[in-house]
Design a protein around this ligand. Structure first.
Ligand code: SF4
Length: 251
């Protein structure tokens, strides 16, 4: 009887299997470390609650207003807009100058005003009304792609609307989350904030997204400042690459 031909794997196949297994190992280490950070922050700060949850269109407008400003100015602009116009349809159809005037407290009003009106018009044109509830029924990736096709709606804005208004599995990455996770060594050093959304979603269980996002932001604001992080009083210092490497001053 003939001996069966040997099934020795090709060198390419061996390399790809090896790199797949290394990637999987790295991924599981990353998931474990990220979960550990999440648990330490939960112990320290408790379970956070999102500010008054807003309907999806409100959240979308509020998040566009929040770009390059702080929460106080965002809320002042949002409240002024709602006080001036009774509905989002009225904001959509208003003269641009009136919208710009109302949202001045948020800064960059000349850019944000037309952008908000353009998004409201585009949603109306596609859906026949100002509604985003249909995104609850789409696969998350399709919902994200639908939102981010509009000018001014990036991955962070889309993830905030999806997570907090529509209760979908999306992990928002803002400047604090990007900075803190970079220092902790929880992501590849050169990974952009936009790329981090999918990366962290692949590492964390969806039920942790909201609390992990909010607690990391809080930590970034209160302890791991952009300049001069307060490493000595930080509850994460034992798991932090930045601290371990002795870089306790500003980076
Ligand atoms: S140890 Fe320092 S750098 Fe690391 S997370 Fe804490 S404050 Fe940030």
């Amino acid at each position: 009887m003939n001996k069966p031909a040997s099934r020795k794997p090709s060198p390419e196949r061996t390399l790809s299997t090896l790199s797949d297994s290394r990637r999987a190992k790295r991924q599981s280490n990353g998931a474990r470390r990220l979960l550990r950070v999440h648990e330490l922050l939960l112990d320290h700060y408790g379970t956070p609650t999102w500010r008054n949850p807003l309907p999806p269109i409100d959240e979308l407008v509020s998040t566009i207003l929040s770009q390059n400003t702080n929460d106080t100015n965002r809320d002042r602009a949002f409240d002024a807009l709602r006080a001036k116009f009774p509905t989002w349809e009225a904001v959509r159809d208003a003269p641009a100058a009136q919208v710009v005037e109302a949202i001045r407290p948020a800064g960059l009003a000349n850019q944000k005003g037309p952008r908000i009106q353009a998004v409201l018009r585009a949603i109306t044109a596609e859906r026949g009304a100002l509604e985003l509830e249909f995104l609850k029924t789409l696969p998350v990736e399709e919902a994200r792609a639908w939102l981010t096709k509009f000018n001014g709606v990036g991955p962070k804005t889309a993830a905030i609307v999806l997570l907090f208004s529509l209760k979908r599995s999306a992990f928002p990455v803002d400047t604090h989350v990007h900075r803190v996770t970079g220092r902790l060594g929880l992501r590849p050093e050169k990974m952009s904030a936009d790329e981090c959304h999918a990366y962290f979603e692949s590492l964390l269980p969806p039920e942790t997204y909201s609390a992990a996002h909010l607690n990391i932001i809080r930590h970034g604001r209160e302890v791991c400042h952009a300049r001069n992080p307060e490493c000595e009083r930080c509850v994460l210092k034992q798991v932090c690459a930045y601290y371990r490497n002795g870089r306790t001053s500003s980076k």
